[in-house]
Ligand binder design. Structure first.
Ligand code: HEC
Length: 165
Protein backbone atom coordinates (compact mmCIF):
# COMPACT_ATOMS: atom_id res chain seq x y z
CA UNK A 1 0.00 0.00 0.00
CA UNK A 2 2.67 2.49 1.07
CA UNK A 3 4.53 1.98 -2.20
CA UNK A 4 1.56 3.25 -4.23
CA UNK A 5 1.66 6.70 -2.70
CA UNK A 6 4.89 8.01 -4.22
CA UNK A 7 4.01 7.49 -7.90
CA UNK A 8 0.57 8.96 -7.23
CA UNK A 9 2.06 12.03 -5.56
CA UNK A 10 4.52 12.45 -8.43
CA UNK A 11 1.70 12.19 -10.94
CA UNK A 12 -0.48 14.74 -9.19
CA UNK A 13 2.50 17.11 -8.89
CA UNK A 14 3.07 16.73 -12.62
CA UNK A 15 -0.57 17.35 -13.47
CA UNK A 16 -0.77 20.32 -11.15
CA UNK A 17 2.43 21.69 -12.72
CA UNK A 18 0.79 21.64 -16.15
CA UNK A 19 -2.02 23.90 -15.00
CA UNK A 20 0.43 26.70 -14.16
CA UNK A 21 -1.17 27.12 -10.73
CA UNK A 22 1.16 29.02 -8.41
CA UNK A 23 -0.24 27.06 -5.46
CA UNK A 24 0.28 23.74 -7.25
CA UNK A 25 2.22 22.07 -4.47
CA UNK A 26 -0.39 22.84 -1.84
CA UNK A 27 -3.04 20.39 -0.64
CA UNK A 28 -6.69 21.23 -1.21
CA UNK A 29 -8.69 22.80 1.63
CA UNK A 30 -10.68 20.37 3.78
CA UNK A 31 -14.34 19.76 2.97
CA UNK A 32 -16.83 19.65 5.82
CA UNK A 33 -16.62 15.82 5.82
CA UNK A 34 -12.79 16.01 5.92
CA UNK A 35 -12.99 18.31 8.94
CA UNK A 36 -15.26 15.89 10.77
CA UNK A 37 -12.87 13.01 9.95
CA UNK A 38 -9.87 15.07 11.01
CA UNK A 39 -11.27 15.97 14.41
CA UNK A 40 -12.41 12.37 15.02
CA UNK A 41 -8.89 11.10 14.30
CA UNK A 42 -7.16 13.46 16.75
CA UNK A 43 -6.06 12.31 20.19
CA UNK A 44 -7.63 13.88 23.27
CA UNK A 45 -7.80 16.65 24.38
CA UNK A 46 -7.82 17.89 20.76
CA UNK A 47 -10.71 15.64 19.73
CA UNK A 48 -12.98 17.45 22.19
CA UNK A 49 -11.95 20.94 21.06
CA UNK A 50 -14.56 23.68 20.95
CA UNK A 51 -14.26 24.97 17.38
CA UNK A 52 -16.51 27.96 18.02
CA UNK A 53 -14.04 29.14 20.66
CA UNK A 54 -11.15 28.48 18.24
CA UNK A 55 -12.79 30.69 15.59
CA UNK A 56 -13.48 33.34 18.22
CA UNK A 57 -9.82 33.37 19.33
CA UNK A 58 -8.51 33.46 15.76
CA UNK A 59 -10.79 36.31 14.76
CA UNK A 60 -10.07 38.25 17.91
CA UNK A 61 -6.29 37.85 17.99
CA UNK A 62 -4.65 36.33 14.92
CA UNK A 63 -6.74 37.57 11.99
CA UNK A 64 -5.24 41.03 12.19
CA UNK A 65 -1.91 39.55 11.04
CA UNK A 66 -2.64 36.16 9.42
CA UNK A 67 -4.78 34.67 6.64
CA UNK A 68 -5.55 30.94 6.56
CA UNK A 69 -6.85 30.29 3.03
CA UNK A 70 -5.03 28.42 0.25
CA UNK A 71 -3.09 31.03 -1.73
CA UNK A 72 -4.24 33.94 0.47
CA UNK A 73 -1.90 36.88 0.93
CA UNK A 74 0.61 37.48 3.70
CA UNK A 75 -0.27 40.30 6.10
CA UNK A 76 2.05 41.43 8.92
CA UNK A 77 2.49 37.69 9.48
CA UNK A 78 2.70 34.92 6.85
CA UNK A 79 -0.32 33.12 5.38
CA UNK A 80 -0.71 29.93 7.44
CA UNK A 81 -2.21 27.51 4.89
CA UNK A 82 -0.39 24.13 4.89
CA UNK A 83 1.60 25.07 8.00
CA UNK A 84 1.29 21.72 9.84
CA UNK A 85 4.21 19.34 9.31
CA UNK A 86 6.10 22.14 7.54
CA UNK A 87 9.41 23.50 8.82
CA UNK A 88 8.98 26.78 10.74
CA UNK A 89 9.84 29.83 8.67
CA UNK A 90 9.64 27.94 5.39
CA UNK A 91 7.72 30.35 3.16
CA UNK A 92 9.80 31.87 0.40
CA UNK A 93 7.49 34.87 -0.02
CA UNK A 94 7.79 36.09 3.58
CA UNK A 95 10.76 37.66 5.40
CA UNK A 96 11.10 35.94 8.79
CA UNK A 97 13.28 36.75 11.78
CA UNK A 98 16.44 34.66 12.18
CA UNK A 99 14.86 33.22 15.35
CA UNK A 100 12.15 31.45 13.40
CA UNK A 101 14.32 30.64 10.37
CA UNK A 102 16.78 28.84 12.66
CA UNK A 103 14.15 27.12 14.80
CA UNK A 104 14.55 23.88 12.84
CA UNK A 105 11.33 22.16 13.88
CA UNK A 106 8.14 21.34 12.02
CA UNK A 107 4.86 22.83 13.21
CA UNK A 108 2.67 20.45 15.17
CA UNK A 109 0.29 20.84 18.10
CA UNK A 110 3.09 20.59 20.65
CA UNK A 111 5.25 23.33 19.12
CA UNK A 112 2.17 25.52 18.67
CA UNK A 113 1.36 25.09 22.36
CA UNK A 114 4.74 26.62 23.20
CA UNK A 115 4.64 29.29 20.50
CA UNK A 116 1.13 30.48 21.35
CA UNK A 117 1.83 30.57 25.09
CA UNK A 118 4.52 33.20 24.49
CA UNK A 119 6.20 33.58 21.10
CA UNK A 120 9.05 35.76 22.40
CA UNK A 121 9.88 33.34 25.23
CA UNK A 122 9.55 30.26 23.03
CA UNK A 123 11.78 31.65 20.28
CA UNK A 124 13.65 34.68 21.62
CA UNK A 125 14.06 37.24 18.84
CA UNK A 126 10.88 36.24 17.00
CA UNK A 127 9.07 39.24 15.61
CA UNK A 128 5.51 38.17 16.34
CA UNK A 129 4.33 40.93 18.65
CA UNK A 130 1.60 39.02 20.40
CA UNK A 131 1.56 38.59 24.16
CA UNK A 132 0.50 34.96 24.22
CA UNK A 133 -2.60 32.96 24.99
CA UNK A 134 -2.28 31.87 28.66
CA UNK A 135 -5.30 29.54 28.80
CA UNK A 136 -4.50 26.00 27.64
CA UNK A 137 -8.08 25.24 26.59
CA UNK A 138 -8.09 28.33 24.35
CA UNK A 139 -4.85 27.16 22.73
CA UNK A 140 -6.25 23.67 22.11
CA UNK A 141 -9.42 25.07 20.54
CA UNK A 142 -7.43 27.46 18.37
CA UNK A 143 -4.94 24.79 17.24
CA UNK A 144 -7.75 22.48 16.10
CA UNK A 145 -9.41 25.37 14.27
CA UNK A 146 -6.09 26.08 12.51
CA UNK A 147 -5.85 22.41 11.50
CA UNK A 148 -9.33 22.43 9.94
CA UNK A 149 -8.67 25.62 7.96
CA UNK A 150 -5.15 25.04 6.66
CA UNK A 151 -5.54 21.79 4.71
CA UNK A 152 -4.07 19.52 7.39
CA UNK A 153 -4.62 15.78 7.09
CA UNK A 154 -3.52 13.36 9.81
CA UNK A 155 -1.47 10.30 8.77
CA UNK A 156 -4.62 8.23 9.44
CA UNK A 157 -6.66 10.31 6.99
CA UNK A 158 -3.97 10.11 4.32
CA UNK A 159 -3.81 6.32 4.66
CA UNK A 160 -7.60 6.06 4.40
CA UNK A 161 -7.69 8.17 1.22
CA UNK A 162 -5.23 5.90 -0.62
CA UNK A 163 -6.82 3.92 -3.43
CA UNK A 164 -7.47 0.32 -2.44
CA UNK A 165 -6.32 -2.44 -4.79
C1 HEC B 1 0.73 41.60 15.41
C2 HEC B 1 0.76 40.61 14.36
C3 HEC B 1 0.59 39.15 14.72
C4 HEC B 1 -0.38 38.56 15.49
C5 HEC B 1 -1.49 39.23 16.28
C6 HEC B 1 -0.16 37.12 15.40
N1 HEC B 1 0.92 36.86 14.61
FE1 HEC B 1 1.64 35.03 14.12
N2 HEC B 1 3.22 35.88 13.17
C7 HEC B 1 3.42 37.24 13.01
C8 HEC B 1 4.72 37.48 12.41
C9 HEC B 1 5.33 38.84 12.07
C10 HEC B 1 5.30 36.20 12.23
C11 HEC B 1 6.72 35.89 11.74
C12 HEC B 1 7.59 35.81 13.00
C13 HEC B 1 9.07 35.91 12.78
O1 HEC B 1 9.54 36.02 11.65
O2 HEC B 1 9.77 35.87 13.82
C14 HEC B 1 4.33 35.22 12.71
C15 HEC B 1 4.51 33.84 12.65
C16 HEC B 1 3.56 32.91 13.00
C17 HEC B 1 3.69 31.48 12.80
C18 HEC B 1 4.85 30.76 12.14
C19 HEC B 1 4.55 30.61 10.65
C20 HEC B 1 5.62 29.95 9.83
O3 HEC B 1 5.56 30.11 8.59
O4 HEC B 1 6.53 29.30 10.37
C21 HEC B 1 2.54 30.92 13.29
C22 HEC B 1 2.20 29.44 13.30
C23 HEC B 1 1.72 31.99 13.80
N3 HEC B 1 2.37 33.18 13.61
C24 HEC B 1 0.47 31.80 14.36
C25 HEC B 1 -0.26 32.83 14.96
C26 HEC B 1 -1.52 32.62 15.66
C27 HEC B 1 -2.23 31.28 15.79
C28 HEC B 1 -1.91 33.84 16.16
C29 HEC B 1 -3.09 34.16 17.03
C30 HEC B 1 -3.07 33.61 18.36
C31 HEC B 1 -0.91 34.81 15.74
N4 HEC B 1 0.06 34.15 15.02
C32 HEC B 1 -0.95 36.18 16.03
C33 HEC B 1 2.52 38.23 13.35
C34 HEC B 1 1.41 38.06 14.17
Amino acid sequence: MRILVLPLLALSALLAGCSGDADAGLPMPLTHADKVALIASLPEPYRSADLANGIFRFQGICKECHTLGRGSQNLTGPNLFNMFDQVAGARTDFIYSDAIKNAGFKWDAEHLQGWLTGPQTYLPGAKMTFQGLPNEKDRIDLIVYLMTETGYRTPGMLAASKPRP
